[in-house]
Ligand binder design. Structure first.
Ligand code: OOB
Length: 553
C-alpha cells in the first residue's frame, strides 16, 4: 500500500504534488459553485442551457440563462439543505439529458454534497449497489425514460437501502417527491466546499465484480476542463451539443457540458443522438461542436450524405470512448465538413486529444496526446520496465487530474495503482515520436461495446447465479458496428437439463442489469481451455468465437 494520506475515503494527492500543480497554475482554487456564480455575474443574460422542444412529450423549448441557472441552483441548494442534505452526503443522480440535470448537479456542488453519476441505462442491480455502497441519502430520477418507470425501481431500492431518505423525481413523482416540490429557499447555501474537496463520484468502466467509484475534486476536474477548452478551442461563442448521456465523463468534461459552461458557452441537450433527432437541433441551435462514440460517428457520417439539414455550423467532432478505426476516421471531415478530434480518455483522469492543427495523418491514426505537460505517461512491459518510444505496452499514468485511488477500495487500489501513485489504465498503447498515443488493445478484463464498458466479472457473477450453471467466462467478440460485443461461454452443471442461450440472456436481464450488459451471445461448452498455469484462457475463447464468426461469414 502507498503511504499517501487518505481523505474523503480515498487517497489524496500527496502534498508535494498538490503544491506542484498549484504552482504550475493548473489548480487555481476554483469550485464549481463559484465558477457558475462568476459566469452568472459576468454575463447573466447569456444562454447557458438549451433543452429543445420535445413534441412527443408535449415539452416546449427551454433556454436558461447563466443568471437563471445560477439562481435555480442556489435555491435548490437551499431546499436540499432544508431537507437535511449536507456537505459530503452522496446523492445518486440518474437523469437523462434534461436541463434539470444541471440544476441538480450545481445545487449539489454548491452544498458540497456529492453527485454519484449513474447512467440512464442502469437498472436495479447497479442502482442498489450505488445507493448501498455510497450510503446515499437521496436518489434523483426521471419519472419514466425510454419506456422504463424509474419510480418503481426507486421504491424497491428505497425499501432496501436504509440511508436513502429521499427520492426526487423530474416529472410526475408518483409516491415520491417532485423535484419542483423541494422548497426553493431564497437564501443561498454558504459554507460550501473547498477547491481540494471532492466534487462528485464518477463510475469506472471497471473490470471487477461491481463498478468502482472515482473521486474527483473541484481543483483537478476544473483543470481538465480548462485544458480541454484550450485544446478544443471552446470559447464563449461555442455551442456544445450533449448527445451522449450527460453523466458520462466524456460529454461531461471532454470538453463537454461543464467545459462549455466554464467557458461561458452554450450547452444544447438532445435526448437522442440519432441523426433524425440531433441534426435538426444542430441546424436550429447552430451547434459548433459535439462528442460521439465511434458507432454513432459512423452513423452520422453516413446520414450526413443525404440529410436535408444544414450542418455547416459544426466545426469539431470529437470521437472517443472506444477505438475509432482509421478508415472511419478518414471519412469524417469529407462527410461532415468539420475537423475530427480523437479523444482517448478515462473517468479516472487522463484525457488525450489529437490537436486541431495536427497533420491529418496524425488525426486519423492516433488517439491523441495528453492534456497537460504534467501528465506523466509510462509505457511498460509485464514487469513494469519502461519501454522505448514505438514499442507497445501497458499504459500507466499520473498527473494533475488523475485520481490516486478509488473511493473506499483500499484493496483494489493496491493493485490498480503503483506504489508511487501511477494508475494502471489496463490499456495497451504505443507512443509515437510526437508523444501521441495509439491504443493497440486492452489488458483489463473488460468488453468495450462501442464505448459502453462491460466488466466481464460482473456479468460472470450474474450468470453463475443461474442454478444450472457450473462456470461462466465472458469475452469480447469482434463486431463491425460496435467494435466489440459480448460472448458468454457457459459450462453447465453435470446432469443439468439443457438450457437455451435465450434463457441465460433472459435470466441476466431479469436480475436487473443495464441492457447493454446482457450477453449478445451465449455459447455452451463442456470445459474451458486453460492457460499454462490452469487459469481459464480467455485468449483462446476469444480466438474460438472470432474463428467461428469468420467461418459463418
Ligand atoms: C471514456 O471513459 P471511460 O471511463 O468510460 O472508459 C475509459 C476506457 C479507456 O481506459 C479505454 O480502454 C477506452 O475506455 N477508451 C478508448 C478510447 N477512449 C476510451 N479506447 C480506444 N480509443 C479511444 N479513443 O471512455 C472517456 C472519458 C473521457 C473522454 C473520452 C472517453
Amino acid at each position: 500500500m502507498s503511504a499517501q494520506p487518505i481523505t474523503h475515503d480515498a487517497p489524496a494527492y500527496p502534498a508535494e504534488y498538490a503544491e506542484r500543480y498549484r504552482a504550475a497554475g493548473h489548480w487555481r482554487g476554483e469550485t464549481f459553485g463559484g465558477m457558475l456564480r462568476e459566469r452568472a455575474l459576468a454575463h447573466p443574460d447569456r444562454v447557458a442551457i438549451v433543452d429543445p422542444a420535445d413534441e412527443a412529450r408535449g415539452k416546449e423549448r427551454r433556454a436558461w440563462t447563466y443568471g437563471e441557472l445560477d439562481e435555480r441552483a442556489d435555491r435548490l441548494a437551499a431546499g436540499f439543505l432544508a431537507k437535511g442534505i449536507g456537505k459530503g452526503d452522496r446523492v445518486v443522480l440518474q437523469l437523462p439529458n434534461v436541463a434539470e440535470f444541471f440544476e441538480v448537479v450545481f445545487a449539489l456542488f454548491r452544498i458540497g454534497a456529492l453527485p454519484v453519476f449513474a447512467l440512464p441505462a442502469h437498472r436495479e442491480s447497479e442502482i442498489r449497489h450505488f445507493c448501498a455502497f455510497t450510503e446515499a441519502v437521496a436518489y434523483v430520477i426521471p419519472d419514466t425514460e425510454a419506456g422504463f418507470d424509474h419510480r418503481e425501481l426507486a421504491s424497491k431500492v428505497r425499501a432496501e437501502v436504509t440511508t436513502l431518505r429521499h427520492v426526487f423525481v423530474v416529472g410526475d413523482p408518483g409516491e415520491h417527491t417532485a423535484l419542483t416540490d423541494v422548497p426553493r429557499e431564497p437564501v443561498p447555501a454558504e459554507d460550501g466546499p473547498r477547491p481540494e474537496d471532492l466534487a462528485f463520484l464518477q463510475l469506472s468502466g471497471g473490470s471487477t465484480g461491481v463498478p468502482k467509484l472515482i473521486p474527483r475534486t473541484h481543483d483537478d476536474y476544473i483543470y481538465s476542463l480548462r485544458g480541454s477548452n484550450e485544446i478544443c478551442a471552446v470559447d464563449e461563442h461555442s455551442v456544445y451539443l450533449c448527445a451522449l448521456p450527460a453523466a458520462h465523463n466524456f460529454p461531461l468534461s471532454s470538453p463537454g457540458t461543464l467545459g462549455a459552461l466554464y467557458a461561458g458557452a452554450r450547452v444544447v441537450l438532445t435526448r437522442s443522438p440519432s441523426p433524425d433527432v440531433a441534426f435538426p437541433v444542430i441546424e436550429r441551435e447552430g451547434v459548433t461542436l459535439t462528442g460521439l462514440v465511434p458507432p454513432l460517428a459512423l452513423v452520422w457520417t453516413e446520414a450526413a450524405a443525404t440529410t436535408r439539414y444544414d450542418l455547416s455550423s459544426l466545426q469539431v467532432l470529437l470521437v472517443g470512448g472506444a477505438k475509432f478505426s482509421e478508415e472511419a476516421a478518414r471519412r469524417v471531415t469529407p462527410a461532415l465538413g468539420c475537423t475530427l478530434q480523437q479523444v482517448f480518455g478515462m473517468a479516472e483522469g487522463l484525457v488525450n486529444y489529437t490537436r486541431l492543427d495536427d497533420p491529418f495523418e496524425t488525426i486519423v491514426t492516433t488517439q491523441g496526446r495528453p492534456i497537460s505537460p504534467d501528465d506523466e505517461i509510462r509505457v511498460v512491459d509485464d514487469q513494469d520496465n519502461d519501454l522505448p518510444v514505438g514499442e507497445t505496452g501497458h499504459l500507466l499514468t499520473r498527473g494533475p487530474y488523475t485520481i490516486r485511488g478509488y473511493w473506499r477500495a483500499p484493496e483494489h487500489n493496491a493493485t490498480a495503482f503503483t506504489e508511487d501513485g501511477f494508475y494502471r489504465t489496463g490499456d495497451i498503447v504505443r507512443r509515437t515520436e510526437t508523444g501521441h498515443l495509439v491504443v493497440e488493445g486492452r489488458a483489463k478484463d473488460q468488453i468495450n461495446r462501442g464505448g459502453e464498458k462491460v466488466a466481464a466479472e460482473e456479468i460472470e457473477n450474474h450468470i453463475l447465479a443461474h442454478p444450472a450453471v457450473h462456470d461462466a467466462a465472458v469475452v469480447s467478440m469482434p463486431d463491425a458496428y460496435l467494435g466489440e460485443r459480448t460472448c458468454a461461454y457457459v459450462v453447465l452443471r453435470a446432469g443439468a437439463a439443457p438450457v437455451k442461450s435465450l434463457a441465460i440472456k433472459k435470466f441476466v436481464r431479469e436480475r436487473g442489469l443495464a441492457a447493454y450488459k446482457v450477453p449478445d451471445r451465449v455459447e455452451f461448452v463442456e470445459e474451458f481451455p486453460q492457460t499454462g498455469i490452469g487459469k481459464v484462457s480467455k485468449k483462446d475463447l476469444r480466438a474460438a468465437i472470432t474463428a467461428s464468426l469468420a467461418a459463418a461469414g
